[in-house]
Design a protein around this ligand. Structure first.
Ligand code: F6P
Length: 492
């Protein structure tokens, strides 16, 4: 079983004099002004959940966009700050972006073009030349910051996600094999018929093929990527080695299903702090029902939030005996609100919650509590502990770590996970109650199955899922990526 310690050992043994640099758009710790003071929050989201424990275990440098309004006040003259602030374990180097750059690169090309293109959730991608220019420019800005950090040393740069598809090429063009790059694409890779509409497809594929290693959560996404390359550009695919050779350079393509730090989640979930939060959340939201169903997401059209609300509505319609006996609490973190599709979704959610609650309200009871506020990690744990049912219903998701975190937090083996078949997690968590979020009637029936599941069966299923999540923890994911890289022997 991989642990923090075994990962650390691999890194210390194998990295030698190579610097370890992680790059992502989102920074792990954000400094903000609040009530006349500067506070620091750990950012939410899959990449942070996954990589913060890895970086804590092995130090190194994390390069990311400095997006907090107090970020500039907390760095040194090289834009660096030690994090976490109360227990410094690694260095964060912030990259500064102008509003115009953030608009074009983050809101524009990353999240209005690549995000909907990669997820099959029927939101049309929007390709704007001006956004692309900013995307290119910001990728160069990240490359410059990394090259400055590396100097004339050798480095292993671990790139995260779809915001950075040009970065590997910029790094390799400047530093050759002195920099070894592994790139993990945290979202799905679509099939070639979907990807072919992207006007910048060649540039993106060429950027990604500068990597030494390119990882996806699932083998299916690796296959999609390889088929896309075969259809779109001149490159040789080596099926046996599962690699692609372009211009004499080989990129290994590999599946690495990501996990969570299950031990940390479990310990935190059992802490006194979480118990106190549980009590205060119970009081705040009057959670005195027999059944508490939970949804916890960034507000995003890929997450199936509307479908989940409709399923709850249908559940009450079909099974009125549950009126007043349960509540569905949805925590929704606002996200990417400058993009019309996100703003519209948020408005639609508001209207739907209002409509469903009005329709079913009965003697002060309403089925849905929708909460939009920042909740810290211990509070997230408190919600996991309070919920007998957790509903994870994306229309399409690379992995989904909420599912794995919920399972990790249920150390007494109680609780039922209701999980969309269209998440990467569903390939591992076979003992969840599986749903198709598009099939609202069946979804409602599955909620009934979850509520009525015999305790012995629920415990057994949860125990099996917990074993699975523990086996494929985050240290295994990081260790596997590093082990695959060892094949390059860190040659000059
Ligand atoms: O992999 C998807 C991702 O980039 C993850 O970091 C996270 O789940 C989410 O999207 C974060 O979104 P954002 O950084 O745009 O808020």
């Amino acid at each position: 079983m991989w642990t923090k310690e075994s990962l650390k050992e691999v890194i210390e043994k194998q990295l030698g004099d190579y610097l370890l640099i992680v790059v992502s758009n989102r920074e792990p710790y954000i400094h903000m002004h609040k009530k006349g003071k500067i506070i620091c929050q750990r950012a939410a989201g899959g990449v942070i959940t996954a990589l913060d424990p890895v970086m804590k275990a092995c130090s190194g440098l994390w390069v990311a966009h400095g997006s907090g309004d107090a970020d500039k006040k907390t760095v040194d003259s090289n834009s660096r700050v030690k994090v976490p602030p109360d227990d410094a374990k690694y260095t964060l180097r912030r990259v500064w972006l102008t509003k115009e750059e953030e608009d074009g690169y983050y809101y524009g090309f990353s999240n209005e073009a690549l995000w909907p293109l990669s997820h099959i959730s029927y939101t049309r991608p929007k390709f704007e030349e001006a956004d692309w220019k900013m995307y290119e420019l910001v990728n160069r800005k990240f490359a410059d910051a990394i090259l400055e950090e590396v100097g004339d040393r050798k480095a292993f740069v671990w790139i995260q996600d779809y915001h950075m598809s040009l970065l590997p090429k910029f790094l390799k063009d400047a530093a050759g094999n002195r920099i070894i790059t592994a790139h993990f694409w945290h979202i799905p890779w679509p099939n070639p018929e979907v990807f072919r509409i992207c006007p910048k497809k060649n540039e993106i594929l060429e950027g990604l093929l500068a990597n030494d290693l390119l990882g996806f959560h699932l083998r299916h996404h690796c296959e999609n990527f390889i088929s896309t390359v075969e259809k779109e550009i001149e490159a040789r695919v080596d099926r046996e080695r599962f690699s692609i050779i372009k211009g004499g350079h080989e990129t290994m393509i590999r599946p690495f299903p990501i996990g969570v730090d299950d031990k940390y989640v479990e310990e935190l979930a059992e802490s006194k702090e979480v118990k106190e939060y549980m009590q205060s959340l119970k009081e705040e939201f009057l959670l005195h029902y027999d059944f508490i169903m939970l949804g916890l997401d960034r507000i995003d059209y890929t997450k199936g939030i509307l479908e989940r609300l409709r399923a709850v509505d249908r559940f009450v319609e079909k099974y009125p005996e549950y009126r007043g006996k349960f509540v569905f609490i949805q925590m929704g973190r606002l996200s990417r609100m400058h993009i019309p599709a996100y703003k519209n979704l948020n408005d639609e959610i508001n209207a739907l919650v209002e409509e469903i609650n009005w329709k079913h309200s009965h003697e002060g009871w309403t089925p849905i509590i929708f909460v939009r506020r920042y909740i810290n990690y211990p509070e997230v744990m408190a919600f996991y502990k309070l919920a007998n049912i957790c509903i994870v219903s994306p229309l399409h998701d690379g992995m989904n770590l909420v599912a794995k975190e919920y399972v990790s937090a249920r150390s007494d083996n109680t609780g039922v996970l209701v999980l969309s078949k269209f998440t990467g997690s569903a390939r591992e968590l076979h003992d969840a109650v599986m749903i198709n979020p598009y099939d609202i009637d069946d979804f409602a029936d599955k909620l009934k199955i979850a509520i009525e599941m015999d305790k012995k069966e629920a415990d057994f299923r949860m125990q099996k899922m917990r074993e699975q999540v523990a086996q494929n923890n985050i240290y295994k994911w990081a260790g596997k990526v590093l082990s695959a890289l060892l094949k390059f022997e860190f040659k000059e």
